[in-house]
Design a protein around this ligand. Structure first.
Ligand code: ME8
Length: 661
């Protein structure tokens, strides 16, 4: 019997509208929950809003509104954003709801009953942006918060404290006993080192403002906003509660097999230290995993209002559709790593992988050959007629299904998509090599039928494997295959494992292409509509600047350095370029769907064969250029001195595509 699965996003501050950073976390949680539902697990997906605290109170004031009116107004754009993005949450919690207020007070009482709360005087630095105290050591020069780069405030007041120090050892023991508690592993190590230094007690109430949950029996104080916020994960299910009082809490918290909090790396400590300590104190079970994903920049720059690149998801959904944006989020950035949202890459992936890859596979068979030569019906086939090429594709589909499942279980969404895309490429190659358009000209249609069936059944498998990421497109794809939409049902595992589910005789429906290709003019107008400068304009501006401005100093800004996409790649093929003394043509795996070709001027220093299998460091976002008639898609880094050239490498077998910084 499949046991319950509970996944959450952070609850977002309503001081501003949703942007693609929020959308990224929410889509990830939606994909994880849709996958588990497909497997038949009872699943609950929670998101919501963090509506209390000084930051919100001040923001409401700026808008000339009472906090209550302000938060009510801000809730709508978040709900709308998740609806537009196809994020099918089961629960949406707002921390200003009366039920949540009661649950926070209940948690407080449990912690107090343990003797873990005391009253004391307090003086420290506070960052309103983080809603968090800062130690002197953490601050930048001029008393700036290292995250918000704004001055922190000195706070001196009487406050309740939580005995966090008492939980240093229990937390370390818990981490030791639960090696999967924090992901990625590197983040877990950060947390452990921090806790090993010893924890200080935590101030958990405030008296200088009112916008929060009153402390039980002392309403002069409001509960610290992070204690209030973290509690949302339990409170949304109706807990803490006695057995039988809150069915959702019983099912998805108390007896859940998996409880995963997906968060950004910015709020790691709150989730991996404070939250488990609060729960230990209250005698409530702990979540199974905290998954801290990386940070997105936008077109190479930090997202910020002042730079004007604060990107709401709505216009992007309008431009390319929800599923394409979801696909891009999950495909572009390794989950757990930092990454960049680039409009250009979005369009490149759309045309290269969705239109030319999956869409093309669909069109070549369903809209073309099947329709013309087999009345658009799924053909009858005999297993005995299987050709080795057919069997190879079937084996590939089975391997992809097993691997993708493993990766989706582990929230390695990018890896799951890599695997699935290998299947899409293999299926397109199968069509190239079996040449169904030639088979269609033969009188005996047996082989044509076999080839079409193999591709159609592969498409059926793909319609399930891609469903968590692109639910709408997958149902469209299924409609074209003559299949009903997927309807996940508890305790029924729909993940593909048995070949041959597509029934012969089914009438397919060739409709409009799933992913129509964008031509250059469409791309240009889309970028313009989205307020992204077309590359030509940008280049012209840059050229004009170098003509008129002197170079001011010899340093580059950190942000400029971060624009260079350095990655580890494995050399798959290497050969000398004909008629060139210097160039070697390399085919490298940089962790992408397709290997890329790079021309390197190292032929006088290396034998091509010696490079095969080596891990090198490449500049992955260098503009492609032609050398000796061949396109070079990047650059291999090498150091040089009088003795010659030495290609840069790494001293461990890191995954191809890993960023180098
Ligand atoms: O921290 N890249 O809320 P918040 C990737 N209310 N993810 C990003 C991002 C970016 N550039 N910007 C934001 C809070 N995020 C608290 C949480 S939970 C009990 C309370 C995502 O509105 C990421 O998930 O500042 C990050 O952790 C979250 O939004 C922060 O949202």
């Amino acid at each position: 019997m499949a046991r319950p699965f509970y996944v959450t996003t952070p609850i977002y501050y309503v001081n501003d509208r949703p942007h693609i950073g929020h959308a990224y976390s929410t889509v990830a949680a939606d994909v994880a929950s849709r996958y588990q539902r497909l497997r038949g697990k009872p699943t609950y997906f929670l998101t919501g809003l963090d509506e209390h605290g000084l930051k919100i109170e001040r923001r409401a004031k700026e808008e000339g509104l009472a906090p209550r009116d302000f938060v009510d107004r801000m809730a709508a754009p978040f709900r709308l954003a998740w609806e537009e993005l196809g994020c099918a949450h089961d629960g949406f919690i707002r921390t200003t709801s009366p039920q949540h207020r009661e649950n926070v007070q209940a948690l407080w009482k449990l912690m107090a009953a343990r003797g873990d709360i005391y009253l004391d005087d307090y003086e420290d630095w506070y960052c309103v942006g983080c809603e968090s105290f800062k130690t002197e050591k953490e601050l930048l020069e001029g008393n700036l918060c290292p995250i918000h780069q704004k001055p922190v405030e000195r706070i001196k007041e009487r406050s309740y404290f939580f005995r966090l120090s008492k939980y240093t050892q229990p937390l370390l023991e818990y981490y030791e006993a639960h090696p999967d508690f924090v992901r990625p592993e590197a983040r877990f190590n950060e947390v452990k080192s921090f806790v090993k230094e010893g924890l200080r007690d935590l101030s958990i109430s405030r008296t200088s403002f009112r916008w929060g949950v009153p402390v039980p029996d002392d309403p002069e104080h409001v509960v610290y906003v992070w204690l209030d916020a973290l509690m949302n994960y339990v409170s949304a299910l109706g807990g803490p509660a006695e057995e039988g009082e809150a069915p959702l809490y019983d099912e998805f918290w108390k007896s859940s097999e998996t409880i995963i909090h997906i968060v950004g790396k910015d709020i790691l400590r709150f989730h991996t230290i404070y939250w488990p300590a609060f729960l230990m104190s209250a005698g409530i079970r702990l979540p199974t995993q905290i998954w801290a994903h990386g940070w997105l920049t936008v077109n190479g720059e930090k997202m910020s209002k002042s730079l004007g690149n604060f990107l709401p998801p709505g216009p992007l959904v309008e431009a390319v559709g929800a599923d394409v944006l979801r696909y891009y989020f999950m495909r572009e950035v390794g989950f757990g790593q930092d990454g960049d949202f680039s409009h250009r890459n979005l369009l490149n992936r759309y045309n290269g992988e969705l239109a030319n890859g999956l869409g093309n596979l669909m069109n070549r068979i369903v809209a073309s050959i099947l329709k013309k030569s087999l009345d658009g019906r799924v053909p009858q086939v005999e297993v005995a007629q299987l050709d080795p090429a057919d069997q190879q594709l079937i084996d590939k589909a089975k391997a992809a299904s097993a691997d993708a499942a493993k990766h989706l279980e582990a929230l390695a969404f990018h890896r799951a998509l890599d695997t699935i895309w290998e299947l899409v490429s293999a299926a397109n190659k199968y069509v190239d090599s079996t040449e169904p358009w030639r088979l269609a000209k033969q009188d005996d249609k047996t082989r044509l039928q076999q080839v079409c069936y193999t591709v159609l059944e592969t498409l059926r498998w793909l319609s399930i494997m891609l469903f968590p990421v692109m639910p709408e497109k997958c149902n469209e794809l299924r409609a074209q295959l003559g299949m009903p939409p997927l309807l996940p049902t508890e305790q029924v595992d729909l993940w593909p494992s048995v070949w041959g589910g597509l029934r012969p005789g089914t009438q397919t429906q060739s409709a409009t292409p799933l992913f129509p290709r964008f031509d250059e003019a469409q791309e240009r107008s889309m970028l313009e509509r989205l307020g992204v400068e077309a590359p030509n304009t940008k280049q012209k501006k840059a050229a004009a600047m170098t003509e008129t401005e002197e170079v001011k100093d010899e340093f580059v800004e950190f942000d400029d350095f971060m624009k260079v996409d350095l990655r580890v790649a494995v050399v798959k093929e290497a050969e000398k370029v004909e008629k060139s003394k210097k160039l070697i043509r390399l085919i490298v795996d940089a962790g992408e769907a397709e290997p890329r070709q790079i021309l390197a001027g190292i032929a006088e220093h290396y034998n091509p064969e010696d490079l095969i299998g080596r891990r090198v460091v490449i500049v992955a976002n260098l503009k492609p250029r032609k050398l000796m008639g061949l396109e070079s898609q990047g650059m291999v880094l090498a150091a040089s001195d009088e003795s010659g050239l030495s290609v840069l490498g790494v001293d461990k077998d890191v995954e191809p595509g890993s960023p180098a910084k």
